[in-house]
Design a protein around this ligand. Structure first.
Ligand SMILES: [Zn+2]
Ligand SMILES: [Zn+2]
Length: 184
């Protein structure tokens, strides 16, 4: 099976449409992150569709699995990632002001690596949770609360004292108000 995202256009000389199944090792796309690790090769279904003479509309369906660490309980868990992209490749040089989504290729080979890499970067969760209702760790003893409550006493969040109310402070500072005169 093909293992790169570089395609030889000459192979499509007599065809207008071709589908490739590709299995790309993650290392090849420099998919290295502190907070996530790709643990399966990227399984890609790539289709190349000739448009006009030498333009190719390329679609990629990509799936993989990453290992991430829960932001609350710090356990590692696996997440399926799946994404798809569509890119139009035109032969020639990229214009200096590339405002469109079009890509350019040298007329011989299309390289989808960077497009796929960027699409996958967006799939890495920035604050992964192993479960929506993960209980996390006790802030006092560090026990994992998903496995049951610990013996720490629950410290209630102190309610905001009245003096913190800015208007109460203001009232005390103003001479002649009830708050100030009551102090005497
Ligand atoms: Zn968790
Ligand atoms: Zn505890």
């Amino acid at each position: 099976m093909k293992d790169t995202l570089v395609f030889d256009v000459k192979a499509l000389l007599h065809e207008d449409f071709k589908v490739y199944e590709v299995l790309v090792p993650c290392e090849n796309l420099k998919l290295v992150f502190d907070e996530a690790r790709f643990i399966r090769p990227l399984a890609c279904t790539i289709s190349l569709l000739r448009q006009d003479a030498d333009n190719f509309y390329v679609t990629a369906d990509i799936t993989s699995v990453i290992s991430v660490q829960c932001g609350r309980c710090l356990n590692s868990f696996e997440v399926d990632v799946a994404t798809e992209i569509g890119v139009l490749f035109c032969p020639g040089e990229a214009p200096k002001e590339a405002l469109s989504d079009e890509r350019y290729y040298d007329g011989d080979t299309l390289d989808l690596s960077e497009d796929v890499r960027q699409a996958l970067v967006l799939e890495v969760p920035s604050w992964p949770l192993c479960a929506e209702d993960c209980q996390g760790l006790c802030s006092q003893c560090g026990a994992e609360l998903n496995e049951g409550a610990c013996d720490c006493e629950i410290i209630e969040e102190p309610s905001v004292p009245a003096a913190r109310n800015p208007f109460a402070v203001l009232a005390q500072m103003l001479p002649g108000t009830d708050a100030a005169s009551n102090k005497d």
